[in-house]
Design a protein around this ligand. Structure first.
Ligand code: TXA
Ligand code: MG
Length: 535
């Protein structure tokens, strides 16, 4: 078959629409990646997509529409959340899963009773759909398992001779495929991350959004697969891909001995071997736009290995991370961090101890400070007000006081608040560590009064508790906070007992000592855990 090369002018758009109406497959641009399109209502036409791509039959396709009437013809219901998503993000790179009314060809949904739909934000494809006046089923226009194509040349590299035509309208703006979300019983879940982020979706629907675990890990036999696409080999160039989660020096050292390898690093860095820059550490659009093109370029230049310096893993960065994990078959090379957790009841001398760790080169992470930031986040606020039956609209000083009274009145109240705050705080700490690691910090101290209660101890290699006799602690609190002994005692009641600290931590310091003695003890611990050199 000869593949016709079309451009995005009116005449060629008409030709593309005619081919599609005649049951042919045509590669067309979207804002994310190029798609391989066919009439979604025509089973035979859709079959040709599977054949050209070598796509497994049980992997369903996304249906592309240009107006909401088309949506109504293929789904059986549109819920409130789905409506809100449509309003916020269409046309745009968000795919929403709906209950199907079974009018699309059965192979589009690959046997599921749902159908994935999106309205792309690209003039050319929208015009093609309008002209043909049919919804188009379209997966990415690559041979199954290969990186998605972001320009017409990449499409032809994979599919020349296997498809009727390709419509060339230049480079795709986004570069990674759409965010895919499922909505089930009012629960929204991201099945595939894209440039539209969890945070953006949450802001739009004022509701928490989950991320499917398969975004991060390779599916096992047991894992429940909601989106069949995740179980297949993906985005793989011929070269073997490795991800490196480290600072630049470690990365450079690692790649310097590699033969016939390409290093992919952040802008401005200069590795010792051939390299391509792909953006900044922080989530940004540049990495997404360049990712697939780099994988393909490496193949064309004949490299046998590619080493990616890993950037931020959240926000837009999650889309890039998710694709890279698959391209690398989950191979991540890590530079080792030393993370120590420090805790203890108030008045035992935790802050003094943190200062000593700091003077020994540890980057001190103050969980208290992070929690004050977290509580100011909109979604967290909404959740807290919701949980305690208050109206976020009335966010005045008095309302806040009312909230505080409600929360702290009972143990259950505090526990409820903690269950909202702790996961957020831990996630923030993790993000902070990742970022600092990429730029050369490897010794961290998490200073957290509720280290164990919050689960932040899970991030630590070692935990240290500072305890002290109750009497001494009370004296210290009275001195420090200029309060009465009675008030001081009431503060000591809400914390863990000494036995609990002793049971849970790797090291315990009984701090009835002078500052010099405390320092000597801490230095001994740092020595034991190998925190003196090499970090
Ligand atoms: O940006 C994009 O989404 C691009 C462009 C061409 O629009 N398309 C794309 O399609 O990436 P594809 O086929 O490469 O990926 C579709 C993903 C797969 O992971 C598939 O399993 C999932 O969407 N999917 C499709 N229908 C589904 C359904 N009914 N339920 C769950 N997942 C579905
Ligand atoms: Mg694909």
């Amino acid at each position: 078959m000869k593949t016709v090369k079309l451009s995005a002018n009116e005449e060629d758009i008409k030709k593309a629409a005619e081919l599609l109406l005649a049951g042919e497959v045509v590669a067309i641009p979207t804002e994310t990646v190029y798609g391989l399109a066919a009439n979604a209502m025509n089973k035979k036409a859709v079959e040709k997509i599977f054949k050209a791509k070598g796509r497994p039959q049980d992997n369903p396709l996304i249906v592309h529409i240009s107006n909401l009437k088309q949506l109504e013809t293929i789904v059986s219901e549109i819920g409130d959340i789905q409506r809100a998503l449509i309003k916020a993000f269409w046309p745009g790179p968000l795919t929403i899963i709906f209950k199907s009314n079974k009018s699309v060809a059965e192979n589009v949904s690959a046997g599921l009773d749902t159908v994935a739909v999106r309205m792309p934000n690209n003039k050319t494809i929208l015009k093609i759909i309008e002209t043909a006046n049919i919804p188009l089923a379209a997966p990415s226009a690559n041979v199954s398992g290969r990186p998605s194509p972001t320009d017409a040349t990449d499409v032809l590299y994979d599919l020349d001779g296997k498809i009727s035509a390709v419509v060339d309208s230049g480079q795709c703006k986004v570069g990674v495929e759409s965010t895919v979300v499922s909505v089930k019983d009012d629960r929204v879940k991201i099945l595939r991350p894209g440039i539209i982020t969890k945070q953006q979706i949450e802001e739009a629907i004022k509701k928490e959004v989950e991320i499917d675990e398969l975004v991060y890990v390779s599916p096992t036999e047991e894992s429940k697969i909601i989106s069949p696409g995740v179980k297949y080999k993906h985005y793989s160039p011929k070269a073997e891909v490795f991800l490196v989660d480290s600072d630049f020096d470690f990365f450079n050292e690692l790649v310097s001995t590699k033969k016939n390898a390409l290093a992919v690093c952040f802008n401005g860095e200069k590795p010792k071997i051939d390299f391509i820059e792909y953006g900044e550490y922080e989530e940004d659009d540049e990495k997404a736009r360049k990712l697939f093109a780099i994988l393909r370029q490496a193949d064309k230049r004949g490299y046998s290995e590619i080493y990616f310096r890993l950037g931020a893993k959240s926000g837009k960065g999650l889309a890039v991370y998710n694709r890279l994990l698959r391209a690398a078959a989950f191979k991540v090379i890590k530079q080792k961090n030393l993370i120590v957790g420090l805790t203890g009841p108030t008045g035992a001398g935790k802050s003094k101890a943190a200062e000593i760790f700091k003077s020994e080169g540890f980057d001190v992470i103050d969980a208290d400070k992070i929690s004050r930031r977290v509580i100011e986040k909109n979604l967290i606020k909404i959740k807290i007000f919701d949980t305690f039956g208050l109206d976020i609209g009335a966010n005045t000083k008095q309302e806040r006081q009312k909230l505080a009274d409600k929360v702290f009145a009972t143990k259950e109240g505090v526990e409820k608040l903690n269950s909202i705050m702790f996961p957020e705080i831990t996630a923030e700490i993790e993000k902070y560590i990742q970022k600092k690691t990429a730029f050369g910090t490897h010794k961290f101290l998490i200073d957290a009064a509720a280290l164990f209660e919050s689960g932040a101890d899970q991030l630590c290699d070692f935990t240290v508790s500072i305890i002290a006799p109750l009497k001494l602690r009370t004296q210290r609190i009275v001195q420090r906070d200029k309060i009465t002994e009675k008030q001081a005692i009431s503060r000591t009641h809400i914390q863990l007992l000494d036995e609990e600290y002793i049971e849970k931590s790797d090291f315990v310091i009984k701090n009835d000592k002078t500052e010099t003695e405390l320092k000597t003890e801490i230095l001994k611990i740092i020595d034991k855990i190998g925190g003196k050199n090499g970090y």
